[in-house]
Ligand binder design. Structure first.
Ligand code: GTP
Ligand code: MG
Length: 131
């Protein structure tokens, strides 16, 4: 049921993206239609139309893989980790009544992966603290 809804939404979103991409590409290819720089009164110029095309292509690629980034932002101890654990359905983040998730944390779903893997990309300060 959910899978059908998600597939339908993805298909419709992709259709809309393709329509918009086709319009933008037609605009950029029409000789003399768009001005080269942003100083005109036009909604799109050559630069912003190209940028919009890149954004839409990125969104289409994410949709193909059902890749979505959901930002969870809140004050300390607002319940962010508790909420994320509830969404994920497992205790991937520690949640206590003292400060816990001290650094911005990205949780990535990897299809088929059962056990979480922790990666620290900027571990210099942590190494210094341990030393
Ligand atoms: N009453 C109540 N308590 C909650 C709720 N959500 C979380 N908590 C409690 O609030 C405390 C803090 O929750 P966390 O999920 O660790 O909060 P956090 O925003 O991730 O905190 P930091 O990562 O330290 O900034 C924990 O003791 C949770 O059990 C809620 O909806 N209601
Ligand atoms: Mg937290």
């Amino acid at each position: 049921m959910h899978e059908d809804n998600i597939a339908n939404l993805r298909e419709e979103a992709l259709r809309l993206i393709q329509l918009e991409l086709a319009s933008l590409e037609k605009m950029t290819q029409a000789p003399g239609l768009l001005s080269a720089s942003a100083d005109s009164q036009q909604t799109f110029d050559q630069v912003s139309a190209d940028a919009a095309i890149k954004v839409l292509q990125g969104e289409a690629a994410k949709l193909e893989k059902l890749d979505m980034v959901l930002a969870v932002v809140g004050t300390m101890k607002a319940g962010k980790s508790t909420t994320i654990n509830a969404i994920v359905g497992t205790e991937v983040l520690p949640n206590r009544n003292t400060p816990m998730t001290a650094i911005p944390t990205l949780i990535r779903h990897v299809p088929g992966q059962k056990d979480p893997v922790l990666r620290l990309t900027h571990r210099g300060p942590l190494d210094a603290l341990c030393r």
